[in-house]
Design a protein around this ligand. Structure first.
Ligand code: SF4
Length: 474
């Protein structure tokens, strides 16, 4: 997958023609949307919680250095260690160094978008470690050698039949030869295979949904409990997280948690919400001997205080993806990088550069649904529009689009001429399309007519009709 403009067009086209993907996306979409709607309706104080969560995050971002330092002090006081990584390559080096120092061979891994961002699996495997994904969705895509296509449901693009075939192909080496087709049987088989991994891993790597400055704890939210087994069974636990995940207190986390699961999966709470505070203490019966937190910046500190800083409030719930018509049509892989959908269309250009990802701010209808459902009230459409402006100013917009916009700007600054030209165009199109009632092809509108017909206009512009309606009422 590549995040170049040319690759996006090809990947989006391929996604639209992929019938398995279309089936999987259609099945997933309704579930997420309906469940979220019901969960939000059942929570009358949703808007108050949303406002409180926004305030907590804005306050934390305004004092990010203070809360990060406090988090580090608390982790150290608990017997753990914090490692600072400015770039993905620094994060990879730190994690590989820790695994080597632990004399690790086998590593279990929980779901972590920061892990994806720094491509940790590839790096670990190249360094000679065996990596086992423990989240079911991540495990499925690890077998398929694919990246995640959704931030909370990494294998949402896979049909059940595809999972059956993957398990059948890869589990024969464990003596499992039967084709499992029903969901409980699929889950059981994965559990059977993963159990051995959990028990024999030397290092467990997880993400972290929140970092709590007050206590030096990390919070991990899962529905499978794999995060708990990954962090408590191996000798060494490494949590990878980005710097904006910090929140001041445990009480703050409880407020945001009430929004997270409802927005993500429509649950009141995820099945497992676990807090980890340092390594095993003297009297503890279990837990890791070492506890490390790798904190990644990767351009986030540059976003503080600029017009995109509100993106740092994101809690990775995935609601904006689930409600986006573009994501729903093409899935996550077409976006070409780790974060898909509306939040990815803002984050990716900021992280990999606008030139490299210039297609993404334009892969949006600006319908505003993402902002409406975002529990952290992130103004995604405004930011996508701001990225388009940046793109125009940096001369990254294609010449044809620039010429079109220049012509448009010339006309709208001259309202009388604008009205005359549009009225003439409407009359001409109405006359030309009268016979069929629609156009199969139209110059300068090839992008529209390639996939569908353009209905012929009625012959009058909106403004003409509005004026007539006003006259009729007078
Ligand atoms: S931008 Fe909002 S809706 Fe989208 S993942 Fe982040 S918090 Fe959730």
């Amino acid at each position: 997958m590549k995040s170049t403009a040319h690759a996006f067009e090809k990947q989006a086209k391929a996604a639209l023609e992929d019938s398995d993907l279309q089936r999987a996306m259609a099945r997933a979409k309704g579930g997420f949307i309906d469940k979220r709607r019901d969960a939000i309706h059942a929570l009358p104080e949703f808007e108050q919680l949303r406002a409180a969560a926004r305030e907590i995050k804005e306050h934390t971002l305004a004092h990010l250095d203070y809360y990060l330092e406090r988090f580090e002090q608390q982790v150290l006081a608990n017997g753990g260690q914090v490692h600072w990584a400015r770039t993905p390559s620094e994060a990879r080096e730190i994690v590989i160094g820790l695994c080597k120092r632990a004399g690790a061979k086998r590593i279990t891994k929980g779901k972590s978008m920061v892990g994806e961002e720094v491509a940790i699996n590839d790096a670990l495997e190249r360094a000679g470690f065996e990596v086992i994904e423990t989240d079911l969705g991540e495990y499925v895509i690890q077998l398929a050698k694919e990246p995640p296509s959704h931030i909370i449901a990494p294998a949402v693009h896979k049909t059940r039949d595809q999972v059956t075939e993957l398990f059948h192909t890869h589990h024969a080496r464990y003596g499992l030869h039967e084709r499992v087709t029903e969901v409980p049987a699929i889950v059981n088989e994965a559990r059977q295979v993963l159990r051995e991994g959990f028990l024999s891993a030397d290092v467990g790597i997880t993400g972290a949904n929140f970092l709590i400055a007050q206590t030096g704890s990390i919070a991990i939210v899962t529905n499978e409990g794999n995060g708990d087994l990954t962090s408590t069974l191996p000798r060494v636990h490494i949590a990878t997280a980005s710097i904006e995940k910090v929140v001041p207190t445990l009480e703050d986390v409880t407020i945001i948690l009430r929004l997270l699961a409802r927005s993500a999966t429509g649950q009141e709470m995820s099945s497992y919400t676990s807090f980890f505070t340092g390594p095993r203490r003297d009297k503890d019966l279990d837990g890791p001997e070492e506890f490390h937190v790798v904190l990644l910046d990767n351009g986030r500190s540059q976003m503080l205080g600029n017009e995109y800083h509100e993106m740092l409030r994101c809690i990775r719930c995935g609601a904006c993806l689930n409600h986006c018509p573009v994501y729903g049509a093409i899935g996550g892989h077409a976006y070409g990088w780790v974060y898909p959908g509306p939040m990815g269309s803002v984050l990716t250009p900021l992280m990999v550069g606008l030139r490299e990802a210039r297609h993404l701010p334009n892969a949006c209808t600006l319908n505003g649904r993402c902002q409406e459902v975002c529990p952290m009230s992130i103004p995604l459409p405004d930011m996508l529009r701001a990225l388009r402006i940046d793109q125009f100013e940096q001369q990254l917009t294609p010449p044809r689009a620039r010429m079109g916009l220049a012509a448009w700007a010339f006309l709208v600054r001259r309202p009388r001429l604008y009205q005359w030209v549009t009225a003439a165009a409407m009359r001409a199109l109405a006359a030309l399309g009268r016979k069929r009632g629609r156009f199969r092809r139209l110059p300068l509108a090839g992008g529209w007519t390639r996939a569908r017909d353009l209905p012929a206009p009625q012959g009058q512009t909106f403004q003409t009709q509005w004026r007539q309606a006003r006259k009729g009422r007078a």
